[in-house]
Each structure stands twice: as C-alpha cells, then as structure tokens.
Write a protein that binds this ligand. Sequence first.
Ligand SMILES: Cc1ncc(C[n+]2csc(CCOP(=O)(O)OP(=O)(O)O)c2C)c(N)n1
Ligand SMILES: [Mg+2]
Length: 570
Amino acid sequence: MPERDPQNLNFYWSTQFVRALYEQGVRHAVISPGSRSTPLTLAFAAHPGFEKHIIIDERSAAFTALGIGKGSGIPACLVCTSGTAVANYYPAVIEATQSGVPVIITSADRPPHQRNIGASQTIDQLKIFGDYPVFFHETGEAKESNKSVLRLERVAQQATQIAIERGGVAHINFPFSKPFEPTKEFLAKIEDENEKHAKQTFHQFKTTIASTEISEQFWSELVSSEKSVLVVGPGASSEHLDTVSNLAKTLNAPVLAEPGSNMPSSKYTISGFDGFLRCDEVKERFKPDLILRFGEEPVSKGLSTYISENTECTQIRFLHGSLLDDESLSATKSINLSGVLHIPEIAGSVSKSWLKDWRKLQKDFISFRDDQLHPSSPLTDGYIFHTLSPLIPKKSFTMLSNSFPVRDLSLFGNFDGKEIYVNRGAAGIDGITSTAIGLSKSLKKAGVLFIGDIAFLHDSNALLNAFDLPESLLIVILNNGGGTIFRMLPINKFGKKYQEYFETPQSTSIAALCRAHKIGHDLISRPEQLVTLFEKKLEKSGVHILECITDADDSMAQRQVLWNYEPKHT
Ligand SMILES: Cc1ncc(C[n+]2csc(CCOP(=O)(O)OP(=O)(O)O)c2C)c(N)n1
Ligand SMILES: [Mg+2]
C-alpha cells in the first residue's frame, strides 16, 4: 500500500489528521511557510474542504485565526514550522484563552533525538505556551498502525471539542523526520479521495448535551437495542449512578460496575466479570449490541478487553468533564452529561433472556469460585478477600490499594453495595495509607484498607499521622513477599534480575515498625485467626494492622484458575 511507503508516511499521517478536523467542522487553515511543516501544509493544500490563508508572519497568522474563531465559534487550524515560528503565536494564544475563543495550533517539530544537540531551528516546543492552552498533545512521530492513526484522529476530535467547550487554544506538536514530501502519485491519489471526502456530511464526534436536550431519535435508537450492557468504572458521579440505575431498568441491562464506582446493588449489577469475561466462549455468547460507559476507564482486564473487542456495536461514553476519556478508542459517541438523564417512556425491544443469562453466568461463576477457595495454610490473597469482604460492615468504607487489591476484591470478593475508594486517577502505589487516613478523618466512620506489602512500606510515613483517628481504621496488609503484580509481565521469566529489580521483596519487620509507631499489629498466617481478629479489631477506634502472610505462588495459581473459567454446559 502506498501509505506504507516511508516516503508517504508523514503526509498520510497528516492527511488523516486533517480529514478528522474536517469531520469535526473545522473549515479554515491558516498556514505560514516552512519546511518541517510540509506534511501538514500539503495535507491542507490537498483538501478542498478548507479555505486556506497563507500568511508569512506567524504573529499575524495567529491573530487571523483568532478572528476566524471569534466570528464563527469554530476554531481555525494554524500550521507553522519549528523554532521561533511557534513562539510568534504567543500573544494571540494569550488573547484567545483570555477571551474564550477557540483556536487550534499545529506546530511542526524535530523528533526528540534531534533536540538539544544544537540542530538548527530547534527550540523546546513542549508546552511552550505554559498554562494558556486548554489542551496540549505531542503526537509522536508518524506511524502507520491503525491504532496510532485512530489515536491521531481522536486528537483532532479532542482539540476541536475542547477548544470550543473550554474556549481557548488547543496546541498539538508534530515531530517529523525527513522525508516530508510524498510521491506525486500518492499526493494525486489523496487529492482524488479528498474531493469525495469534502462532499460528505459528518456528525460531530461529541455532543455536549443536557439531560433535557436528548432527542426522541436518540432514545428510540437506544431502546431498539436488544442486548445492551452498562459499564461503570471508578469515580462516576452520583447523578451518573442514578442515570445508570434508570437505564438498567429501561433496557433490562446488566450493570458491570467496578469497585470504586459505588454503584448501588440491584438485580442488574453483575459481579465476577473479571473472571468470566476472559473466556472466549463467554465473550462470543454475550456479544452486546450497545455498550453505555460511565466513570473512569475500568481496571479489570476482562472488562476492558470486552469493551475494546466489541467495536462493531454502538458505544456511548458518558463523561462528566469535557476530556474525551476513551482508552479503548472504541466509543462511537461521547456525551458530556451533567445532571441525571431523564428517560422518557418509550417501548423498546429489549431481550427478556439477556439479563437472565447474565445472572445465570454470574451465579455459575460464583459457585465455581466458591469451590476453589478453601481455608488453607499458607493463606492466599484471594482467600482473604473472599473471607473478609462479606464481613465489611455496610456503614463503613473500604479503600483498595493498587495494584492487585483493586483487582482481587472484584475477582474473589463480594463488594456489592459497599462504599469503596481507589486511587485510579494515576494508579500509583504511593500515598495509599495516607489517603485512607484522610478518608477516615473526613468520613468519620470505620474503614478497612486492603494493601500490598510494597505499597504499605512505600507509605509507612503515613503512620506518623495515624494516632488520633476517632473511628476504627483496619489496615489489612496482604504480605505476599514483594510486588507480585509484576509476575503478570514477561519480565517474570528473567530469574534473579526479576526478583532483584521488580518484585523487590523486603525484609523490614512490619511488627517492629508498628511498635515504633505505637500501633496495634497482629500477624495472621492461619485461616482460623482471620475472621475473629478482623471482627474484633474493627470494633476498636484508631488504626490497627492485620498483617496477613500469604503465599505468592498459590495466590497467582488461584487467580489463573478463575481467569481461565469456562462455563459448564448442562
Ligand atoms: C509510585 C509508584 N511507584 C511504582 C509503581 C509501580 N508498581 C505497581 S504495582 C507495584 C508493586 C506493588 O506491590 P504490593 O503492594 O506488594 O502489591 P502486590 O503486587 O504484591 O499485590 C509497583 C512498584 C507505581 N504504580 N506507583
Ligand atoms: Mg505484595
């Protein structure tokens, strides 16, 4: 294919971006001459859907783009070469952001390996406009893979939408390596295709809608689906949760809600999906025709794979802020929803057996899981979640550390209806105990923290701050002897290097650490100690630590068994 020809790659890449801008409604390109920006310049030149304005002074070009955005409410796209060219946009960037006018900037740059070695016309262009832009993205060098092109198209959507919604400048930096010019034949081919592209009509990828503005047509499309699935990641707003409850009823749809979503329990909520959704046969049998997604992106591998594999069905991403979270790049529509969605009474065609089948799948998986989890010495991570999760009082809160605890609770435990917190914004293992202490101080109720040994030791300074909690905070440490999540990675096969550099088992005495901080500590290595100590310590105020010694190999083997679950046919 000609786009695979390295000669054409930069131009092909730029063309996909330019077409995506066109599909978003952008109609003006303000271009200043330069060499490094050739792929972008030619991509606009080859598309008849854009009015092109060629302006040699970048400062003036940027103010011209500002005027276009001010007049139409739709951003014009600026193109300039690398170096001081981009710095000349600065005054207009300030004006645009402070007056709320949408503008898109595309700046060409040298690739990273040519920066900081004295190459000509090379300056630091990353976030060059400081905090002024409402969106910044560095695209990386051109790649031909579908996924990278899809990501680039999404950048065009994000830039346009965010510039409009937040009122300001979206800056996209494009590093290009030579060659910049395509072959003449490929240019002509793209020009032909663009003739057609410019005549098509496109719906904007994202529409910001209020609950009252959703059209009849939208609803009839929704309820015409027979097999819909609702997905709720962590951090969904309470209004989104109400919307999910209402939608589940209308669509008779299963709700796959993760710990941290705090989705109330109902006959629609389905658990165990991180286990059974890894099975090909289940994925085939439970193919949806509509997925409605809420909250942050899911943590569960089974669930995120299910979302990214079902690209042929409609997927609507409901968002609360205006950034387009869509890690799987599979959303067909994205709705920025504030408030609770009002759902009109429209008769739909939902399949009666759909929810019933999901519930049966859940039931079978849970009974399979229960059969696997016997009390044993040494203990396993899974057994601890399985045993303790039903004992967490409804009125208390739970915090889950990254990385296994946040996954293990949903795989092994029962968390329906529990108030659960996770730090999934950046998924660090740092500050987890401090976060739980903060939660305890603000919620003023009993809490349980499940945390791995490494994450606990990482934040042991939190114990300095743990002496005056009015309520009980029980810290359950799953001490499996290091960062065992890394066993999931190919680096696991690297023997001693794996142990030393990744799993990093520690020899710190957590008991001595607790004594130093005057904090209660129990070491648990046998199943019969677990329940009694958990219930007893939860009744007392203040921080108490239950350090559970678990076997890493057995814990991994147990996860594998559940991930490899296959439903029995009766
Ligand atoms: C601040 C920070 N540093 C490093 C990492 C990478 N990391 C992810 S999981 C992990 C190990 C966690 O080990 P542990 O808490 O014992 O949990 P386990 O994997 O054994 O369940 C590390 C170091 C991270 N996510 N955040
Ligand atoms: Mg560990």
